[in-house]
Design a protein around this ligand. Structure first.
Ligand SMILES: Cc1cc2nc3c(=O)[nH]c(=O)nc-3n(C[C@H](O)[C@H](O)[C@H](O)COP(=O)(O)OP(=O)(O)OC[C@H]3O[C@@H](n4cnc5c(N)ncnc54)[C@H](O)[C@@H]3O)c2cc1C
Length: 477
């Protein structure tokens, strides 16, 4: 009975989430190789599949979206889903990130442009420019039912391989004297500590290590030791997170810096993930060909070092600025890599770890970040299947970015509402900082929508359906 009730809940969200490609009444099936189809109720299928059957009278997931946010989402998605509108928008945004722009294109000096950008884009994707704005955003997400928000301070450095330039809007240049303390590191630490102060119960911290400026990015690129001041700053941040019971998620960034970032993450996980759960998470980008072997080596380190691996999985956001040969050749390969890692960890069997007669699988906490319905819901269904059948699995949370894939986020939340609190752990993830500091982040969101044209169009249609539904009920009043 419990199984049946739970299974109804799985479908509840799923049903509303089925896209144009899935018939509403067609069965959702999770096959042994982790493939996911469309809605039905979870049972222990004879053929080794979990199936999920329809539930009735489920409100649309987007019903939870405030009308103002719905209208802004419609506007953004109307542009994102049309390549002829999105292309010039991306060119414009990318130009705004370049150094030494004329007055007209400088958001620092041109207040009119800054005002338009703030209203049209910034408020949609970012948490705010000040503590009070960010706190309001976090409260809003909590009132919508999210477990919390993962908040990052926007300052970062991106290395563009194609143009061979460093993009570090918002990071100032100071004369370097290794004897002095570096003002960029100091500002990074202050910004991150200020972010921690903004967080409430259930909220988590994300950090971009490259935001600490050139001394740190040079060390990361060389994969050398980080400056002592930076190590001290990271220790201070971790101690504060530990005291406040806030998880710290280290973002993955440009490949030029990523190996160094992964080393720093591993070091912090070794030190802080010793109580049977992960305080610190490292981010792994499934689009990199090397990621599977990096994860396997980190799993091995967790096993030997007896700590919990905090594994935050994303597809990867730097496609347009990376060396193409490092990234999977096709979109399909990235999808397969993401799903193989997510499902492997949920089954506690990845590479040589957890295999019959092989080395045991270490303690892992998983955070699945993404907007891809197939990946999110196949992973959720697999996790539920493993719990129902008392098979080994790991704790898992889900996160989507502010302003993106609300259909997926609210769909996951609906599972929790129907299951009365025992549903999936769902977070929104947001970035705060000044408009200039957030420009790089905003440009990546536009590029991401371009790289996922099918998803963007499906989101736009779902938003339009919700807007029409509200209009109809308003007219009926
Ligand atoms: C909560 C959260 C936190 C995040 N944190 C980070 C982070 O720390 N670091 C980071 O890099 N990203 C991060 N991202 C962004 C993430 O990497 C993706 O860019 C974004 O989520 C889109 O991927 P998706 O999984 O939602 O799936 P989709 O939108 O379905 O897939 C789009 C992705 O597929 C991949 N792709 C597209 N075309 C190709 C191609 N031709 N060849 C190979 N691969 C292709 C790209 O990675 C692209 O972003 C985060 C995302 C979320 C939701």
């Amino acid at each position: 009975m419990a199984t049946l009730r739970h299974s109804c809940h799985v479908l509840t969200a799923h049903r509303a989430l089925s896209t144009q490609t899935c018939s509403r009444n067609s069965p959702l099936r999770l096959t042994n190789d982790g493939k996911y189809c469309s809605p039905r109720i979870a049972t222990h299928g004879q053929d080794g599949m979990t199936t999920i059957t329809p539930a009735n009278n489920t409100p649309a997931p987007l019903a939870a979206l405030p009308t103002g946010v719905l209208l802004r989402s419609l506007f953004i998605n109307a542009i994102s889903s049309r390549p002829h509108l999105l292309r010039p928008a991306i060119t414009f945004m990318s130009y705004l990130c370049q150094p030494n722009r004329s007055f007209v294109f400088d958001t620092n000096r041109n207040k009119l442009l800054a005002g338009i950008m703030r209203r049209a884009v910034f408020r949609h994707f970012c948490a705010g420019e000040s503590a009070s704005e960010v706190k309001q955003t976090l409260e809003r997400f909590k009132s919508m039912g999210f477990r919390g928000t993962i908040v990052a301070y926007a300052k970062e450095t991106v290395f563009d391989y194609n143009r061979n330039v460093v993009q570090d809007a918002g990071i100032e240049t100071f004369p370097r004297d290794p004897a002095d303390s570096c003002p960029n590191i100091e500002r990074w630490r202050d910004g991150v500590m200020e972010t921690i102060d903004m967080l409430g119960e259930g909220d988590q911290l994300a950090v971009k290590i490259t935001g600490a400026g050139p001394m740190v990015t040079d060390a990361l690129a060389a994969r050398g030791p980080l400056p002592k001041q930076m190590c001290d700053a990271m220790t201070t941040v971790c101690e504060q997170c530990k005291q406040r019971h806030i998880r710290l998620l280290i973002d993955a960034e440009s490949q030029r810096y990523q190996d160094g970032i992964a080393d720093a993450g591993l070091d912090l996980m070794t030190r802080y993930n010793r109580d049977g759960h992960a305080l610190v998470y490292t981010t792994y980008q499934a689009y990199l060909k090397s990621t599977a072997s990096v994860i396997e080596s980190h799993l091995m380190a967790a096993l030997e070092g007896r700590f919990t691996l905090g594994l935050k999985l994303v597809r990867g956001a730097y496609l347009s600025t990376e060396k193409r040969c490092l990234i999977h050749d096709t979109r399909n390969d990235t999808d397969n890599a993401y799903n193989a890692i997510a499902h492997g960890v949920l089954r506690k069997r990845l590479g040589s770890l957890g295999a019959d007669g092989g080395r045991p699988f270490p303690s892992v906490n998983l955070m699945l970040c993404g907007h891809n319905k197939e990946s999110v819901f196949s992973s959720y269904a697999l996790h539920q299947q493993r719990l129902l059948q008392s098979l080994p699995t790991v704790p898992v949370g889900f996160a989507q970015l502010q302003g993106m894939s609300d259909e997926v986020s609210f769909g996951l939340l609906q599972l929790g509402q129907v299951q009365q609190g025992s549903g999936p752990e769902v977070y929104k993830c947001s970035t705060w900082g000044t408009l200039v500091e957030c420009l790089g982040y905003l440009t990546r969101r536009a590029l991401e929508n371009r790289d996922a044209a099918g998803r963007t169009m499906s989101e736009y249609k779902a938003l339009k359906r919700e807007a029409k539904r509200r209009l109809r009920s308003f007219i009926r009043l």
